[in-house]
Design a binder for this molecule. Sequence first.
Ligand code: GLV
Ligand code: MN
Ligand code: MN
Length: 425
Amino acid sequence: MTRAATPAALHRTAPEINAKRLLRRLDEIAEIGRDPGGGITRLGFSAADIAARSYFLGEASAPNLNAWVDAGGNIIVRSEVESSSERTLLIGSHLDTVLNAGRLDGTYGVIAALEVIQTMAESGVGTELAVAAAAFANEEGALFPQPFWGSKVLAGKLSELPSAPADYNGASLHDALALAGGDLRALSSAAWPAGGIAAYLELHVEQGPVLERLGKPIGIVDGITGRTVLTLQITGASGHAGTTPMAGRRDALAAAARIVLAVESIAGEQRLCRAGTVGWVAAKPNSPNTIAGTVQLVVDLRDTQAERLANSEARLHHELTEVAQATGVEIEVTAASRSAPASTDPALRAVIADSARELGLGYQLMPSGAGHDAQILATVAPAGMIFVPSIGGVSHVPEEDTAPEDLISGARVLLRAAMRVARAT
Ligand code: GLV
Ligand code: MN
Ligand code: MN
């Protein structure tokens, strides 16, 4: 039942999300990109990602909703119910995944955002702010090495790109983005005008163990970790594994091993940043009895303080110089992405807390160790984030999950918070 023009005065009870529809959509989209061995792979701008985006566009084609794809490949769904202001409450997250992922990271927030704006549209509540849902493109950066791609484009914060941006296998971003409905040459058209976003809300699974351990159904995020992603190209000399003397070898994989350990130590015993990871390695020719001539690595550094993040990157450069000297390889470093740590907006935290309290749900103020589109939106608008518990505290693995009642609670809190922020009448 959809009546955009229904007078708000006729509504005596607060609108409520359609929990069945929320869970159905989460089940259906989880079938897209399913790995035969378990888990889901929908790398940003891959065929599976594009299939999930089509599914989402299909679900968003509903009365009083208007969906489109911007030049950055973001899907925006706007409620057409009248608002008194053009300024927008944006609610979003991402549909792309890492390799062999769980079903909820990002996707839950996008499906819940659609559920919230659809519920508001169906119930005919008028709002002061316009409301829209966003499925941000390529948040993970697991195939094209630009995490937070879509939110950076929308916020007008994308830093310079290589002249021919490509994925980790060399495929062109221009072509992949075009298949997703975007346009690399028109990215600036996707940036929203300053002040256009009145507030941003994101609902996400926690991806860690805190809420489960505390037995609390809702997390209210106070700060989000910063993240620096560096791509390293190590060039040595390939050769025969049996006949090339050990002295004088320039083994790119042996050098890479030292770098992996240096990254671990920078975050580990040196405690220069909170986390440091090398999760992707490609060695060439990758042959058992040939010395690796070239290796590519991706380094991921995280901290909640920008200064510590910068110091750990500087330390890494120092260690790279030493590895290069010791092994005779050349190391070229490209910064694929730098995302600053962010704080959420105190007023939005209070709105989320009030919404949880009204629903009788316990909550916990907490930081986020994972990166989120919210940290990019926080640079242009007040941003608020809601977490729900992750079973076993795991994420970026097929086992990632959240109890259905917690998924429903999170979406209910999001709806209440959205109605308050958009000033429903
Ligand atoms: C992004 O989702 C990350 O924290 O890796
Ligand atoms: Mn993720
Ligand atoms: Mn995510």
